[in-house]
Design a protein around this ligand. Structure first.
Ligand code: PAF
Length: 309
């Protein structure tokens, strides 16, 4: 069956209402397009847990803090629809800012700042500190997308760790949907899949592997007993520095008790997070230190992981 390609939130809303009226559960994957294998794995998960799956493709201007990032963000509607159809997704929709916020835009075409939703505690620090207004924009569009689709479940990648906290808060306030956070999809090299990877030059793409290597190093150290937060962060930084990327942060947080600053209590279930720039491209990645790291210990010649620190 061909995928339904809908060009407005209103059309999407009535398609979803029809599904629900016929007793079908709806799984939803919000995206900004330029879909890669990571997005498709979210769609496949949505299809496996719901009767139908739908996807939004909207490059949301509310969440971009840099004009050039918004302008150069990759767009490929036809390719996206084809890829989604090939995995069995039933519907994809898009729309303009004016359609998503009908009758709500100012005369200059912008949404009034007071109309933006507060993104909650997960937006504090790290990404929130580096990207002013980003999470307000995410919370506002995700809330509107949930209103359009009324999904039973919505699927997000763990790569945007703080975003998952923000959308969980949006869903908590609305009372729905269930948020499903899916593991980070990685290339064979360890690089986390991202639509922004398309903008990396071949050499930059090779160097970008330092993010997952840094996270892996910290993870191996954690799993061999290292508990000092600064030393764990230093393990990440060591890899980033060798690759000569411009580091924005390399930090450890407690997974289930988000704090904008470094935790002062003992770590129990830490997540390591990193952001760095390579040329024009800003990349983020993270890893739950207790889980299997993207790179095996043998990838780190000269580092001793077998003995306790
Ligand atoms: O993760 C993304 O692609 C975006 O932040 C989202 C959730 C689709 C909101 O625009």
């Amino acid at each position: 069956m061909r995928i339904n390609e809908l060009q407005s939130p209103a059309a999407a809303s009535s398609w979803c209402a029809q599904q629900r009226a016929s007793g079908k559960s709806v799984g939803f994957v919000p995206t900004m397009g330029a879909l890669h294998a990571g997005h498709l794995s979210l769609v496949e998960r949505a299809l496996s847990e719901n009767d139908v799956a739908c996807v939004s493709v909207f490059v949301n201007p509310l969440q971009f803090d840099e004009a050039t990032d918004l302008e150069t963000y990759p767009r490929d509607w036809e390719g996206d629809a084809k890829r989604l159809g090939s995995v069995g997704c039933q519907m994809v929709f898009t729309g303009s800012l004016a359609q998503f916020f009908e009758g709500e835009l100012e005369s200059d075409g912008a949404l009034a700042p007071e109309r933006l939703l507060a993104p909650g505690r997960g937006a504090l620090g790290l990404e929130g500190a580096c990207r002013t207004g980003h999470f307000e924009g995410v919370a506002t569009i995700v809330d509107r997308l949930f209103e359009v689709v009324h999904p039973d479940r919505a699927y997000f990648g763990q790569k945007d760790f703080q975003q998952t906290l923000v959308v969980e808060e949006v869903a908590r306030r609305r009372g729905a949907p269930q948020i499903v956070v899916c593991p980070i999809s990685r290339e064979e090299s360890g690089l986390a899949r991202s639509s922004r990877n398309e903008r990396l030059r071949p050499q930059e793409r090779e160097r970008a592997v330092c993010l997952s290597r840094g996270l892996s190093r910290a993870s191996h150290r954690w799993q061999h007993g290292l508990r000092d937060l600064r030393s764990l962060e230093a393990e990440i930084l060591a890899e980033l520095e060798v690759a000569g990327v411009q580091v924005e942060y390399a930090a450890i947080r407690e997974r289930s008790a988000w704090s904008p600053e470094s935790p002062v209590e003992d770590l129990h279930d830490p997540v390591a997070l990193v952001a760095a720039r390579l040329g024009q491209v800003r990349l983020i990645d993270n890893h739950l230190l207790g889980e299997v790291p993207p790179h095996p210990a043998s990838a780190f010649k000269g580092l001793e992981f077998s003995s306790r620190p």
